[in-house]
Design a protein around this ligand. Sequence first.
Ligand code: NDP
Ligand code: OXD
Length: 318
Amino acid sequence: MSGKHSTASGALAFYSQLDDFETWKHALLAQLPGLDIRHSSALGDPADIHYALVWKPPAGFFDGMLKLRLIVNLGAGVDSLVNRADLPPGIPITRLTDPQMARMMAGYVLFAALRHARDIPHFEQAQRQGKWSYRHPRSPDEIRIAVLGLGQLGAVAATELSRLGHAVSGWSRSPKKIDGVHCHAGLATLDTVIANADILIVMLPLTPETRGILNRERLLRLPRGAAFINVARGALVDQAALTELLASGHIGTATLDVFEQEPLPATDPLWRMPNVLITPHLASVAIPSSAARQIASNILRVSAGQAPENLIDPGKAY
Ligand code: NDP
Ligand code: OXD
């Protein structure tokens, strides 16, 4: 960032129920000392706000922000921001594409995939029963892993999985070339990718095109006993069908970080399934120390009349 611009001023509204305001404020002020950073609980006049740094703001949050110039999504998935009634038209929306976030996600995905590849759920269950239950390890190249979504996060995870020696395929909208990954593109190839996955990893954005894409029919295409990992969005999947197929053993095990409804209701049967590992939507998070620089850079670009980077495409909704 050029020093001559680092005096950008204006007011930024912060909203997140998960991220620490003081940490973000500190990280942003280190980049832009002149920025007036306001927590959503003390915004003052919305007409003063120029920038918004938000994670899942409630409906109506942007009402009255007549001078808004930039919305920064405090995370990767922008499904809670696109097509909202309270957004002034034409305001650019950017998202975080932080390498640290991709590394954190790859760490979670490697953990979950290896857990299935090395049959750890089987040994956990055997241990609880006091059983020495030998299961001969499979060679990594015999375990076929498919990654749906080869974007900022999926491409890194797929590459790391291939470095472990697994047979990795990937699926995206447009054709890709990634070393060590057999890439497929377009809806016509999806069923084949799924049918050849011993471990299926979902890393797609939630858009009108992808909502419900993993329906019962597609889940049934998985080889019997396959593992299912979802770190993207719950609404990509028919959760009732997933639950039923886990109960019947058609799907052997699952690691689920995201759900149709979050928090996952206490009554949901997934909580009590021995073949399911549940984590509360934290596979990866935005990291202030590394992400503040790209946010500040975009604020400076917008205040200088330039287009920001990491813009989402409202037409594609990601
Ligand atoms: P990107 O936008 O960088 O990548 C999205 C990928 O999905 C691209 O490869 C894209 O294809 C592909 N895709 C989108 N629509 C389609 C479609 N209709 N058909 C086929 N492929 C499609 O996203 P990220 O990698 O940054 O993040 C992915 C998702 O992960 C986020 O949207 C978010 O929901 C989730 N997430 C979850 C977190 C957690 O903690 N659980 C943390 C962070 C993110 P193409 O490359 O051709 O455009
Ligand atoms: C997400 C995120 O998109 O945490 O889920 O960034």
